[in-house]
Design a protein around this ligand. Structure first.
Ligand code: ARG
Length: 483
């Protein structure tokens, strides 16, 4: 994935569509688009794509959006499989639904595809650096269903992707305001997902109306609902994490993000509007996370794997290790050594995760070449996407409410791996070391494919259980008898 990303960067830089990046650590800083706290331009749609949302367009069953109509709409992929929508809120931050990551919080497995351009310019795929689910997200009730995703490289100001505006006040527009939803979600309940972005206008509904329609499962403190009580127009499975935006009128209208698609009872059913996480009430948490000092978070695996401990002198705390040095109360010299050790330890755990990831890729490749083997088939779905019950609140109080496994529950497709021409390594700084790393990794772990697949499933979970599922999720799976 890193190799593909590096090649992509080199190609765009050769075409002068983006500035030429330096390889590896430190990550790039976008020159114009700012991450908070500096507010940059936001919420501006590309000319020619505005006012195209038809009053009765719908995601369920409806209308395709023109290319580039929603420059902040992104797609989240787990192991190459599109799983959720997301919204670009700053140069390197995407806001999405926390339930998208239930069962798969390993950042190494996720990528984000940015919006395509208004003239169909190709969408860019960026690796994920860090996933920050809201600490109070409750997977049982979908309370606080929000997560921030930090991109490995910030979006280029020269590209088509642009951030949306975040609400500046805790208040939302009044009930009845026509807002917009967009995504690649299902065209109807349990139906196929859209090939292109779809959009719809939906009115915000009052908390009372939402409560009456959806019962106690609707928590107005962190959820709002929008749609038509008559049914027919709604978001659906696969739209989760995507935007609910309302236009702020004025000489330069801007789109402000008030909701993130979270859940629903069916799709477009009469009396059952869609539910969205209220973004305005999380304003402080969002600011805090996005403007946190660079090393106030534990380094991500992606950061640690980009760091080469052999090249860093021990005397100065290596950038990704600075976090551990801050935690240490002792004298500076001793602390630096301790921080370095802790850092190396975590890096080793990350290498194991990354090995698990490589193993998965190898298995995918093998499955493509030789067809599925029984043990592999059993292992793969659990790794490529969260289980279906994690895509909707598992049990909501009203017994009429149904679960919607979504179209992907039926089977798992493995995307074709693109082979990268070795010749391109010349003239692409940073690519050759990545290719060498891959070759070494493939050499060291060739034994993996010799292990019988049944044993492999067991070994895999032993290697990195926390990377894929928590013990409670395992217990939940066992209860529900799912793979
Ligand atoms: N939970 C769904 C997902 O993971 C989104 C469902 C939205 N449903 C609705 N009726 N508005 O994609």
């Amino acid at each position: 994935m890193e190799i593909q990303h590096r090649l992509h960067e080199c190609r765009s830089c050769a075409n002068h569509t983006t500035p030429c990046p330096a390889p590896g650590w430190p990550r790039l800083q976008a020159p114009l688009l700012q991450d908070p706290p500096e507010p940059g331009p936001c919420g501006e749609r590309h000319p020619g794509t505005v006012n195209v949302t038809r009053a009765h367009g719908r995601i369920v069953g409806g209308n395709a959006a023109p290319p580039g109509a929603w420059p902040w709409l992104v797609r989240l992929q787990l192991g190459g499989q599109p799983l959720c929508g997301g919204v670009l809120v700053a140069a390197s931050w995407v806001l999405t639904a926390a339930h998208c990551f239930a069962g798969a919080q390993n950042e190494l497995l996720w990528t984000v595809t940015l919006a395509e351009g208004p003239r169909g310019e190709k969408a860019e795929e960026v690796p994920v650096n860090r996933i920050l689910p809201h600490p109070k997200f409750d997977p049982r009730t979908f309370h606080n269903d929000l997560a921030l995703v930090q991109l490995w490289t910030p979006v280029s100001p020269a590209g088509a992707a642009r951030p949306v505006c975040l609400p500046q006040e805790p208040q939302e527009p009044p009930a009845g305001t026509a807002c917009a939803i967009a995504g690649w979600g299902a065209l109807f309940e349990d139906g196929p997902e859209a090939e292109a972005v779809r959009e719809a206008r939906v009115p915000l509904l009052s908390p009372d109306t939402c409560r009456r329609a959806l019962g106690p499962g609707l928590r107005p403190s962190s959820m709002l609902c929008a749609g038509y009580l008559a049914g027919g127009i709604d978001s659906c499975q696969g739209d989760s994490g995507g935007p609910l935006t309302c236009s702020e009128p004025g000489p330069h209208p801007r789109e402000v993000l008030y909701g993130v698609t979270s859940w629903g009872d069916g799709c477009g059913e009469p009396g059952k509007p869609g539910v969205y996480t209220r973004v305005a009430v999380f304003k402080d948490w969002l600011q805090e996370q996005m403007s946190a000092a660079p090393f106030s978070h534990e380094p991500s695996c992606r950061e640690l794997l980009a760091w080469n401990p052999k090249e860093e002198p021990l005397a100065e705390a290596a950038p990704p290790c600075a976090f551990y040095a801050h935690l240490c109360p002792g004298p500076a010299g001793a602390c630096e050594r301790l921080a370095h050790q802790q850092c190396l330890q975590r890096r080793r755990r990350c290498e194991l995760r990354s090995l698990a990831h490589t193993l998965l890729e190898l298995l995918r490749g093998a499955q493509e070449l030789f067809g599925p083997r029984p043990g592999v088939r059993r292992l793969a779905p659990a790794l490529t996407r969260p289980a279906p019950w994690l895509r909707d609140p598992p049990r909501r109080p009203s017994h009429e409410q149904r679960l919607h496994p979504g179209p992907r529950a039926a089977g798992t497709r493995f995307p074709k791996r693109r082979s990268e021409p070795r010749a391109e390594a010349n003239g692409c700084p940073g690519l050759e070391p990545l290719l060498q790393k891959l070759a070494t990794l493939q050499g060291t772990h060739a034994w993996i494919l010799q292990v019988p697949s049944e044993r492999l499933a067991m070994d895999f979970h032993e290697v990195g259980p926390q990377a894929f599922q928590t013990p409670s999720q395992c217990a939940q799976k066992a209860r529900l008898g799912q793979p």
